[in-house]
Write a protein that binds this ligand. Structure first.
Ligand SMILES: *Cc1c(COP(=O)(O)O)cnc(C)c1O
Length: 462
């Protein structure tokens, strides 16, 4: 083996130099994060060809590798950590959360079992309690720390599947889905595609969904929900990916509870609203659901990738995600793998714990409400410039349109090429729209006004 690989001492002097080198690159990048082009220039993208080479035969020089990564990688990043990225629904990063992750990365903990990381186990237990507290959930709610909402939705619906089938004495782990009693899936036409993916992965089949109509904001209409029963899994959402709207949980969960149906709430970015005194009326009644999924990496601004499944039925979640082996020693303490699909897993709870410890209850309120204020600001300023706002801005999402689809699409394309800010497009109803998602703590009132100027300039050229 080569000289670097043979070094016995973890991070000897020479290797520490590598970390100092990369630290200086990171700081260099961060210093310009707020001013650089939000989307990389054509030149920066073209330069990615510098990475195209055959797998090297021999050992490389570590310092040169990092230098190359910074030289060609940094300029080609999309600046999601600055204040003017409004694409999809992507959060920025709280510095304390990112730096906690740097340390955790050096620890390189595998969090499958308590025996593998008592530290991660403890922080998972504590963070689970904080989340219950923040969201207003009962003491029996457990949490699994996964890569994001796609995974968390899958886990919640897997628990729902296990519980719903066991009511008919059908252990889906052993007997499978092929001949299983029917499970009904009821959800709205505006549910996120990550839910549909989970439905497909779990063998329910998207053709079998009982679709429910939505109102003008994309909220499920309670009057259109079919009669629910104990074989039903009902999926609701806290935060529509376009309008930001919240389903009427209080009323719908009460219906489901009476029928003994399972309710899962996809709250990828919106569940955090429950932690804001000033906005939590939007999530009223969420505690009546059975499982929930939420991201740390969106509204809470932890680094990627960070998601959480929460479930009131610990047995169902653990059974649904079970694994066993004689070498696996489950303990009296928390063994993280019981609550997640993965076995080996990094300690992603650390950056989540750090974010919550730093923000506290008031900080979460300020963060969440601040995103809302910036969304309201951009809607007002765009409206004053003659743009049309198509949704009620209840949280952080704004749908914008010009006089015609053609002008909307051309305006969007101009903005995307300007480097001033970045937004994505979509269709809402039968119209083309520009989607604004305010998700970063770093977005200031000035970032909003500057982005509005980019809209105005782009529309002039459209
Ligand atoms: C982002 C999002 C998802 C998917 O979450 P990932 O963390 O990207 O897997 C699901 N539902 C909604 C409403 C979302 O906004």
């Amino acid at each position: 083996m080569g000289k670097n690989l043979r070094a016995k001492m973890f991070l000897d002097m020479k290797q520490k130099e590598l970390f100092r080198q990369v630290q200086s690159y990171a700081f260099d990048y961060a210093d310009r994060a707020f001013e650089r082009n939000v989307f990389p220039t054509g030149e920066a993208i073209k330069d990615l060809d510098q990475f195209m080479e055959d797998l090297p035969a021999g050992e490389g020089d570590a310092s040169e590798i990092l230098a190359k990564l910074h030289q060609y990688g940094s300029p080609a990043t999309v600046s999601q950590t600055g204040g003017r990225y409004f694409g999809f629904v992507t959060g920025g990063i709280l510095p304390v959360s990112l730096s906690a992750r740097w340390l955790a990365d050096v620890w390189d903990q595998n969090t499958a079992l308590y025996a593998m990381s008592p530290l991660a186990s403890k922080l998972e237990e504590i963070t689970e309690g904080w989340l219950r507290d923040l969201f207003g959930f009962s003491d029996d709610v457990v949490a699994g720390f996964v890569s994001g909402s796609s995974s968390a939705i899958f886990c919640g619906l897997a628990a729902a599947r296990y519980r719903t089938l066991i009511k008919s004495d059908w252990d889906v782990n052993k007997k499978g889905v092929r001949a299983a009693p029917r499970v009904r899936i009821v959800t709205s036409r505006e549910i996120h595609s990550a839910v549909l993916k989970a439905i497909a992965l779990l063998g329910f089949g998207t053709d079998n969904i009982e679709w429910v109509d939505t109102d003008t904001q994309g909220r499920i209409m309670p009057s259109r929900i079919p009669v629910l029963d104990e074989r039903t899994i009902l999926i609701l959402q806290a935060g529509h990916v376009g309008t930001g709207a919240f389903d009427p949980f209080d009323e719908v969960c009460a219906l489901a509870n009476r029928a003994n149906a399972w309710v899962h709430i996809d709250g990828a970015f919106g569940l955090w609203v429950a932690g804001s005194e000033r906005l939590k009326n939007l999530t009223q009644g969420i505690e009546k659901a059975n499982s929930w999924s939420v991201d740390g990496h969106k509204t809470l601004n932890t680094p990627y990738d960070n998601g959480i499944v929460l479930c009131k039925d610990k047995e169902a979640l653990v059974q649904a995600l079970q694994a066993s082996g004689s070498y696996l020693s489950f303990s009296e303490d928390r063994d993280g793998m019981l609550y997640t699909p993965e076995m080996s897993r990094r300690a992603r709870v650390i950056e989540l714990w750090a974010a919550l410890k730093y923000l506290g209850r008031n900080g979460v309120d300020e963060l969440v409400f601040g995103l809302h204020e910036r969304a309201v600001q951009i809607a007002r300023e765009l409206e004053a410039e003659g743009f049309r706002i198509l949704n009620d801005v209840v949280f952080n999402q704004v749908l914008v349109a010009c006089e015609s689809d053609e002008i909307t699409n051309r305006t969007l394309s101009h903005i995307q090429h300007s480097g001033e800010c970045w937004l994505g497009g979509a269709t809402w109803g039968d119209q083309s729209v520009i989607r604004v998602s305010v998700c970063s703590w770093a977005t200031t009132a000035e970032d909003i006004s500057r982005s509005v100027r980019a809209f105005v300039t782009a529309q002039k050229h459209a």
